[in-house]
Design a protein. Sequence first.
Length: 370
Amino acid sequence: RLRLHDGKLIKDRRYHLRTYPNCFVAKELTDWLIGHKEAPDRETGIRLMQKLMDHYIIHHVCDEHSDYKDAKLLYRFRKDDGTFPLSKDVKVFLRGQSLYEKLVNVEESILKMREENSVKYQRTFLGSEMIDWLIQEGEVENRQEAVELGRALLEHGIIQHVSNRHHFFDSDILYHFWINFRRRRRLTELLNENSSRALSESPDSPFCLRKLNPEPGNTSFLSVQTNKEIKVVSAVRRSSITSLSGNSNAYFSAPPTLVFPPVAECNPKSVLKRPVTNEELLSPGAPYVKKTLTIVGDAVGWGFVVRGGRPCHIQAVDPGGPAAAAGMKVCQFVFSVNGVYVLHLDYQTISSLIMTGPRTLVMEVMEAIE
């Protein structure tokens, strides 16, 4: 974005007697991506820009196009018009980046290479050491506030216990920065992610609960975590709330085995008795009530299946999972995800929005009044 501003590709443009500030022409940007070796060809350039649209970074100036088109259409970075969703997870990420830069630039930094169980880790620090530093630098007022900040950074994947077995504590437990904010990233890295669009080519939603080799008392579910790795974990769920209620035992269970089972259909038929439109949901006096659900993902995932599109609905809910505990039910319609309005989106896009967000998921759903 900054390079495009410097190169004058982003500027005020006039179209049909109206001036659109800080926008760019899609075709010109595709040319720029190829000319600056950010994309090898036009097809890749279009896919890259579509990724930015899917992640709510750019949009059509009038929001008339949900896809990125390689044409003389005007698009804009949401940071340039104030529509970028500065949600809690974005704020935590920016706070983590700020702390990281401050730590690497200070003399006698607490970030050091240390060893635990004969394994060396870079950019490590002790929990109590980080808390002392945060208070000393005026980043927080007291130790409790520092612990809350550390836990937020860990839950958003910015810091991590070196062997990923503990939450953040005011103790001599060893942590390190999981994100290297200084590594230069290229746009093409976006295409190497295990995106939900690739997963959704199967008959299942990325949140489908597939039973594998079910045996009484030993059921496993396959689910997609926020880090987008596919893992099999025991169905005895350990939510983050449960894990923190005891002592400083392992935050996560032992790393589960990575497997690639055959694709199995899950609830292929819609649970809805009839199709429902957005106009019907939003019309005055409609028999629907809006509810806000806060779902804290556990080691398995969130425990629900989302299907359909415009609007999407809840297709299945794991009765022992976090979503059920938060009050989610089948046939509810998804109104917003982490503050982003989603009634006009398909389930692949909503799945991507959920998986790239924080472990704690805030969803607004619309439920029929019985």
